[in-house]
Design a protein around this ligand. Structure first.
Ligand SMILES: [Fe+2]
Length: 233
């Protein structure tokens, strides 16, 4: 398997490229609009064909490249049921998505947003903003729900094998990968915390509104295409 972890410094977003050695088919998970040229160059250099784009959720902090990548490569855009209506395929918990001979299993991990998915491939799980390294996505907008996220973390992600490698959607402190065992033991929001304690923590973070939310959320519902300006505006 071909695997690359890419980073967008502006939004601290990780994008993942995974390719199947046999068919050379590949997927980008959570590509960022400003990084389209970088990502397509790498796909070409590795002699891959981009057949799929997965978005883990409708992002508030950056604009997805999924729509532009689809136009440039004819890739199939995969998103969650209830997420971006522009996706070609809407998946739900337990579904499988094949990229060449790679078989991804879809895990519904709502709570950061109501459409949040994780994608499991063998011993790696791509968690978007549901589970971050020593943290988790905020739950105070986009139909976020702390109780639901607690369930997603403790009943879905933490039931994966301890050795499963956790590849998050972001990191703000330079960390790149964790494991289920590590997060079960050391994640300060959820390790050893009851549901009530977790909800209390999430309700008292007092985070500023993301800078790009008013642009990013509507654009991402359209796979990264911003709406045309209203007539006469
Ligand atoms: Fe997010």
């Amino acid at each position: 398997m071909i695997f690359r972890q890419l980073f967008d410094a502006e939004s601290s977003t990780y994008t993942y490229l995974l390719g199947d050695e046999a068919t050379r088919h590949a997927v980008l998970i959570d590509p960022v609009l400003e990084q389209v040229e970088r990502d397509l160059k790498l796909v070409a250099e590795l002699d891959l064909t981009l057949t799929h784009v997965f978005d883990t959720h409708v992002h508030a902090d950056h604009v997805t490249a999924s729509g532009v990548l689809r136009e440039r490569t004819q890739a199939t855009v995969v998103g969650g049921v209830g997420g971006a209506s522009c996706a070609n395929v809407h998946v739900r918990h337990g579904d499988e998505v094949r990229v060449g001979e790679l078989v991804f299993r879809v895990l519904a991990t709502p709570g950061h947003t109501d459409d949040s998915l994780s994608y499991l491939l063998g011993d790696r799980v791509f968690t978007g903003d549901a589970l971050l390294i020593r943290g988790n996505g905020r739950t105070d907008f986009q139909n976020g729900n702390a109780r639901q996220l607690y369930d997603s973390l403790t009943r879905v992600l933490f039931t994966l094998p301890d050795s499963t490698l956790v590849y998050p959607g972001h990191d703000y402190q330079g960390r790149t990968v964790s494991s289920i065992a590590e997060e079960k033991r050391h994640n300060p929001r959820v390790a050893g915390k009851s549901e009530a304690e977790f909800i209390h923590i999430m309700e008292n973070l007092n985070l500023p509104k993301p800078r790009k939310i008013d642009i990013a959320v509507p654009a991402n519902r359209a796979c990264g295409h911003t709406a045309p300006a209203p007539q006469g505006a």
